[in-house]
Design a protein around this ligand. Structure first.
Ligand SMILES: Cc1ncc(COP(=O)(O)O)c(C=O)c1O
Length: 370
């Protein structure tokens, strides 16, 4: 028998590779620009805690030894901080990996997974890879339509994703609505609440989901060290869930999914709540600055509770992205995120925010004068 083509799995054939925020090095190479500001991937502009750096230096002596597969010291410390049991925690190579583990473990051909349209794209991609069918319910004014998502449940539904705050809009769902949603969703459907930007939220309308873990065995909460802890490069995040789910995920998980440096840095970061509080405060100040400036420019945006803002424009996001890039400012064009005439900008340091605003003003002036 002769084959002419290496066969790829059907589910993969029509997928496209993920397009991430443009890296600084790439823009430097392509445009020959010296000074570049990256406000594209919702990273922490203040880096990470000095305690994390110190602990990585020490841990470097151990790089010839595999890490502990379940990161027990880190899991134990997290459990104490969150006041939950250690066996309700699974560490992942970023919360990205926990998403992947969940779909790999629970989704098979034709299973339905409900999510918002638009939300974090990795939910859809992982569901497709595993043969499932994403059921996408449009946001209402940038906010999850929980009623619509509830009504979309069928006998094929296996999983529901709620991204809170939502990426890319930065919005949160109302406390009471999420509370009653958690109560209503049938217990055989996994309800995954992604709280990657949890630490940035200051609004009283935000629901604390942790207390529901004990009573709702289908609830999964995702968090990460990539955002406010500033450890995106190390790839470490976690999921909180019933032990019965974790027992299934660990059958699928790579044995050494989180590396030693990541475990050590995350462990040490938990000893520096001041760093986290300062980042949250500076982010809040930056958000207010950006919102004021954008409003003065006559622009509107979704009300953000995270470390980024999605700005509505009169021009295609792609065009504004390219014009900003020429000025050394990298943001995300909304066309890649499901909203044509928008851009998503990460809240940076005060200097970075000012540079973004000035550059955006230049782009708008340029288009007005042509
Ligand atoms: C909503 C959301 N969930 C999960 C992630 C993945 O984070 P990580 O894999 O770095 O923990 C991101 C990253 O941008 C995100 O925005």
């Amino acid at each position: 028998m002769t084959f002419t083509k290496i066969l790829v799995r059907k589910n993969i054939e029509n997928l496209s590779a993920y397009v991430s925020g443009k890296p600084i090095e790439e823009v430097q190479r392509e445009l020959g620009l010296e000074s570049i500001v990256k406000l594209a991937s919702n990273e922490n502009p203040y880096g990470c805690s000095p305690l994390a750096k110190e602990s990585m230096l020490i841990e470097m002596e151990q790089t010839s030894f595999y890490p502990e597969g379940m990161a027990p010291s880190l899991a134990e410390k997290l459990a104490r901080k969150l006041n939950i049991k250690q066996d309700n925690i699974i560490l992942g190579n970023g919360s990205d990996e926990v998403i992947r583990l969940l779909t790999r473990t629970y989704i098979q051909q034709d299973d339905e997974v409900i999510m918002a349209d638009v939300t974090f794209p990795r939910y859809e991609t992982n569901v497709l890879i595993d043969g499932g069918t994403p059921v996408k319910i449009p946001l209402i004014n940038g906010v999850h339509d929980l009623q619509g998502m509830y009504e979309a449940i069928t006998e094929k539904t296996r999983m529901i994703f709620v991204c809170n705050p939502n990426n890319p809009t930065g919005t949160i769902v109302q406390k009471e609505k999420l509370r009653s949603f958690i109560e209503k969703v049938p217990k055989h459907i996994l309800l995954i609440v992604d709280e990657a930007y949890y630490e940035y939220v200051e609004d009283e309308e935000y629901l604390e989901t942790l207390p529901f873990l004990n009573t709702h065995s289908n609830l999964v909460i995702l968090r990460t060290f990539s955002k406010i802890y500033g450890l995106a490069a190390l790839r470490i995040g976690y999921g909180l869930m019933d032990v019965s789910i974790i027992q299934e995920l660990i059958k699928v998980k790579e044995p050494f999914n989180t590396n030693r440096l990541a475990q050590a840095a995350a462990f040490a970061s938990l000893d520096d709540p001041t760093f986290v509080a300062q980042c949250a405060r500076k982010n809040e100040e930056g958000r207010r600055y950006l919102e004021n400036e954008l409003s003065e420019m006559g622009l509107t945006f979704f009300p953000s509770h995270a470390n980024f803002i999605m700005v509505k424009l009169n021009h295609p996001g792609r065009y504004v992205f390219e014009e900003l890039l020429k000025q050394g400012v990298i943001i995300r064009s909304g066309h890649l995120l499901g909203y044509e005439n928008t851009i998503r900008v990460t809240i940076g340091t005060p200097l970075e925010n000012e540079r973004f605003i000035k550059s955006l003003q230049n782009v708008i002036n340029k288009t007005l004068s042509t």
